[in-house]
Write a protein that binds this ligand. Sequence first.
Ligand code: SF4
Ligand code: SF4
Length: 421
Amino acid sequence: MRRGLRLDLKKEATLLAWTLRRAAPPSKVRIFLNLPGAASVRPCVEPGESVRVGQRIARPAGPHTVAVHASISGVVSVLQKFLHPYGGEAEAVEIQSDSKDEKIPGLGEERMNWEDLSPEELKKIFQESGLVQMREAMVPLHVKAGRGIKNETLILNGCESEPYVTSAHALMMSHPVEALKGAEIFRKALGADRIHFVTEDNKLEVAELLQSKVYFLKWKQVDTTLLPALYPQEDEQVLGRQFQEADGKSPEILDVTSAFAVWEAVARQKPLYERPLTVGGECVIEPKNFWVRNGTLLETLFKNAKGLLRQPEKVILGGPMRGRVQKLLDIPVLKGTTALLALPREIAGGTGEEEPCIRCGRCVEVCPVEISPVMITLAAEKNLNELAQEYGAGECIYCGNCGFVCPSRRPMLELIRRVVS
Ligand code: SF4
Ligand code: SF4
């Protein structure tokens, strides 16, 4: 049985015009060099130094780190620790724009012989171009490609099941060939035999469009599967379970936005410094999908969408189910940020007090990884961490389904995080 939630998707506002808009470059960006507590990278610029778009501002400092690049041209104003959108602090570079948007030489131009590069050369380009999985976890793509085993499938993940979020949908509609070519490059780096494109059954037009473009590839083995539009269909663990290889291993999975970034880095010499992002929610005047420079502040993004109609109850980086609630607008987006939402009180919830568990079992029914949220959280409340682990707390993918359906409004995610962290 497939578990998940059929949510009210609320995607019409941004899909009415699915074109990806390009806003003016921001006047300031704050670019984090890594996640809080993660292995650091080596900054290679100093305050006062001028930089151009695409210029490297930090070098990788180990096998699990990637280079970081300037997303605007201007002057480095600060290099210090800042509050990170995921909590805690991390080192970041702030750049003040010179309004010239001057790019490094060669950026966007075709790379000579890119189709003949070896898997090792491709992985080196991934690392030097700052490529990471463009979802919350931001796993470096050279690390993902390095896990490859021969004869396996690459799943090209075109699912996008959280309400409001349509940035991947818009990208697939506007750049289907580039996304497919990026997947093909990643397949080669991975050493997989075939590409399998998956999306949800409410994106039939996307599936047909991509399938119609497969003839642009040298490698024409691309199958397509439509899955039920259940949340959290796009989660890699959930998808991996559905497409297990005959030997029980999960296939490697690459989301379409990352595939597009692979194509840009390898074929067009463009490091990862911008991404498609949905600015949405009922409090936004003109919800839209934009190309957004890495490190753009939330307040700037809301201005790009003509501002806010009313005071939001919640501002969320990512989707409403598993995104990160932000208290400040002086916070930047990251390479893994899919959306910025401003939700009013009647949508964001927050009404009613938490009550005791009534053992209704709804949380168990909707858990996509088939663990027992009720038993984990009851153990967590009593600080019985080992018992919580026995009930599978470590397998939680933090999708938020259990908290969403709980009639007692118990803080399920908060309790689970307490025993896992
Ligand atoms: S226990 Fe974890 S994986 Fe299961 S529904 Fe809750 S948040 Fe999702
Ligand atoms: S959904 Fe809430 S009330 Fe029902 S069993 Fe789970 S934790 Fe208890």
